[in-house]
Write a protein that binds this ligand. Sequence first.
Ligand SMILES: Cc1cc2nc3c(=O)[nH]c(=O)nc-3n(C[C@H](O)[C@H](O)[C@H](O)COP(=O)(O)OP(=O)(O)OC[C@H]3O[C@@H](n4cnc5c(N)ncnc54)[C@H](O)[C@@H]3O)c2cc1C
Length: 513
Amino acid sequence: MKTNILIIGSGPVGATYARIIAEQRPQAKILMVEVGPKVSDSIGQHVKNISDPKKMEMAQILSQGPKKTPYPMISVAERALAVQRGELTADVLARAGTHLVLDQPEDIKTNEMPSISMSTNIGGMGIHWTCACPRPGKGEQIPFIAEEEMDKAFTEAEKILHVTQEAFPISAEGETILHILNQTLGDKHSPKRQAQPMPLACKVDSEYNRYWTASDLILGDTLNHPNFELRSETICRKLHYQDGRITGAEIEHLPTQEKTIVEAEVVIVAADALRTPQLLWASGIRPKALGHYLNEHPFIFTFVELDKDLVKNHSPNPTAKIHNRKSPDPTVGVFWTPFDAPNHPFHGQIMHMDLSPMKTTVTDDSKHIVGLGWGPLKEANFEDCIVFSDTEFDYFGMPKMNFKFKFTEKDLEAIEAAKAFQQKVVHSFGKEIKDGGQTLMPPGTALHYEGSTRMGIENDGESVCDTYSKVWGFDNLFVGGNGVIPVATASNPTLTSVALAVRSAEKVIQQLK
Ligand SMILES: Cc1cc2nc3c(=O)[nH]c(=O)nc-3n(C[C@H](O)[C@H](O)[C@H](O)COP(=O)(O)OP(=O)(O)OC[C@H]3O[C@@H](n4cnc5c(N)ncnc54)[C@H](O)[C@@H]3O)c2cc1C
């Protein structure tokens, strides 16, 4: 079959490409293939928008590839204890809605990123994400893209993702939390990078009802466009090429095993930071940097019970009352302590327990618990990589992956510095919950995998694609997603990946006939 554009992967990045191309070239035929199934009534919606808890759990299970049963809800403290005892099992390492890349005990032992995971469903990880969309700070930015150009792309990405800092009402507790964070950051911190409400991807109405962003909102009208087709449960296993052009893509509809060769003017692989390089590898496209420079920021987590007198003792507003929230919503929201090297070379995220993807052992609702996640940068190293097998295959019949990933001396120092800063915040907020001390989570837990198809300014073996995400040596092959990010970041990466897709989509459009 023939199409103008083939997009492989239906997560936020694939959806961004589809939307921009459909808007600007409505006559172009776009085929999107997704190996995972449709998991809810509405195509590509965030699981948090599903009001029926049973349907929501079913949507999570359907996203878990080979894992057809729910994972037990394990608290951070229980995970930490299991990790200390060396009891690394899939149940301890994985999270609802995702599945471990390697879930067999013998593989877990050899994997240096034991929690490394993916989601296999329409919408990808982007129907399970927390929706935090901070812009990267000084020390995390891509050095070879002009700041104004990147700012423009970020603004467009924020529009596409519906990013807002007003997802939650301002409360006395929230104001106090921000005040304490800013005091801890001190006066050397850049005024633009003060602690503030986390920019979140969601639509919010005047009653603070939130509709979280996923591929349904990103695609918008594209979903009903006559030239757009989305095929679920359809895997792309191999790309054929000749003289620097992709000439065909082998796709298979898994339920019927029907195989088709797709001929497309342009092919965009947005199949996450692990399976994008996997598909290139399987196709024999193996630039030296493919799968290398795999990066993920360390992730230190703890839970704090807020001091009952926090507002009375620390509020910037002496008349504030603890119950002055503008809506009956019982949460205080999500707060951001931005990365800003050298003063605060960490990304800090504070979440009310109900909103946190991590769980505690506390069951007493009267306690006001917040989760604190802090992360420094991890050095980007060639040796940190995906190891693809030519002889063994995964559940989907693709080259089996294993992972090499080591913290350097510098990384360990950065982790200690992040812990020390986090500890200062803990002491000003209240006390850590029982069994819940600061825990460096096993690599893979942050779910922010970067660098495996990184961009660069020249084809020198250090990168896989150019600054517009076009794979070196190819005319019509683009890669998208967190793998394209060429620098280490501690901030959540999706906004950056969507911004890079915005820039790249313009290039794709320019080269369409
Ligand atoms: C619980 C959780 C919380 C998170 N919180 C945040 C957050 O707050 N902020 C943030 O920035 N990020 C967060 N993330 C990460 C975020 O979800 C990802 O960065 C984002 O989804 C990446 O988008 P993507 O389109 O590149 O990849 P994905 O969303 O992973 O989509 C890739 C799709 O490609 C499909 N695919 C793979 N291989 C093939 C193939 N060969 N053929 C066909 N289809 C294929 C997959 O099934 C998948 O659906 C979180 C993730 C999780 C799970």
